[in-house]
Design a protein around this ligand. Structure first.
Ligand code: UDP
Length: 244
C-alpha cells in the first residue's frame, strides 16, 4: 500500500470505506492488524520521543484523524484521500460485527463509562458478542494480566481507548503476544458512546472544525491544541526545504 510520510510518520494512502473492508477481511482470515489514527499532536509527540515514534512504526495502518494532517499532506504535494477517524472506523466495524456476530473486547476509559458503553453497544448492536472488557486506569505492570484476559476472550476486534500516547504504546508493546485480531486505537470514543461527550454535529465536521467544537466543549484541551501551530510551522518549513 502507498504511504505518505509526514514528519517521519508513515500514513496509509487509504480511504475509510476501503480500510473498513480490509479490516473485515483481516478478521475473516484471522490475521492480526494494528490501526492508529493520528492528529498533529501525535505527530509532534513522535518527533520529540523516539520510543513513541517506534511504537507508531509497528502499526499496519496509520490514518489521519485530524484535518491538520490532511492539509499537511496537500501542502507537501502528496495528498491523503480523506480523514479516517477512529470513531468512524469503530462504528462501521460494529455494524459489520452485528451482522457477522464478531467478538469484541473493550479496553479503556473509567469503569462507570465502560459499563455504559457495554450497555449501549448491546442495545444498538444486539448481535455483537462483547467477550471481555477492562477499564483504562491500570498500572502498566498489570498489562500482562490484561493480555491474558484478551487472549482467553479471543476477540476478533479490540477497541483500545486509553488516549494517546498510552493506547499506541500498549498495543505496540503487547501485540506480539496475540495470534489474531484487529487492534484499533479509538481515543475518546468510549466517552461519546457512553453519552458523556457529544460528537461535533455534522455541519461542524463538514467544515473541518470538529477540533474547535471539542475545544469549546472541553476548554481544558487548549494546552494540547498548542501542538497545532507548532505542527503548521514545521510543515511549512519542510515544504520550503522540500523534505517530507
Ligand atoms: N484514558 C484511559 N486511561 C488513561 C488515560 C485516559 O482509559 O490512563 C481514557 C479516557 O478516560 C478517555 C480516553 O482515554 O476515555 C482519552 O480521551 P481523549 O479525549 O483524551 O482522547 P483523544 O480522542 O483526544 O485521543
Amino acid at each position: 500500500m502507498k504511504q505518505v510520510k509526514i514528519m517521519g510518520v508513515p500514513l496509509s494512502h487509504i480511504d475509510h470505506k476501503t480500510l473498513v473492508k480490509q479490516l473485515d477481511e483481516h478478521v475473516m482470515l484471522e490475521e492480526k492488524s494494528f490501526v492508529i489514527t493520528v492528529n498533529p499532536e501525535i505527530v509532534m509527540r513522535a518527533n520529540e520521543d523516539t520510543a513513541y515514534m517506534n511504537h507508531l512504526h509497528k502499526a499496519n495502518y496509520i490514518t489521519a484523524d485530524g484535518i491538520g494532517i490532511i492539509r499537511a499532506s496537500q501542502l507537501l504535494k502528496d495528498p491523503l484521500p480523506e480523514r479516517v477517524t477512529g470513531y468512524d472506523l469503530m462504528i462501521d466495524l460494529l455494524s459489520i460485527s452485528n451482522i457477522k456476530g464478531y467478538k469484541i473486547f473493550l479496553l479503556g476509559a473509567h469503569k462507570d463509562v465502560l459499563k455504559r458503553v457495554e450497555t449501549n453497544l448491546q442495545h444498538f448492536y444486539p448481535d455483537i458478542q462483547i467477550v471481555g472488557s477492562h477499564d483504562g486506569y491500570f498500572n502498566w505492570d498489570q498489562s500482562d494480566e490484561i493480555v491474558e484476559q484478551v487472549k482467553q476472550a479471543d476477540p476478533d476486534l479490540t477497541f483500545v481507548a486509553l488516549g494517546a500516547p498510552k493506547q499506541e504504546q500498549w498495543i505496540s508493546e503487547n501485540i506480539d503476544q496475540f495470534n489474531k485480531g484487529v487492534f484499533l486505537c479509538v481515543g475518546g470514543s468510549f466517552d461519546v458512546i457512553a453519552g458523556d461527550v457529544k460528537r461535533a454535529p455534522a455541519t461542524w465536521r463538514k467544515y473541518n472544525v470538529e477540533w474547535l467544537y471539542r475545544l469549546l466543549k472541553q476548554p481544558k484541551r487548549w494546552r494540547r491544541m498548542l501542538a497545532l501551530p507548532r505542527f503548521a510551522i514545521r510543515i511549512i518549513k519542510r515544504k520550503l526545504k522540500g523534505s517530507p
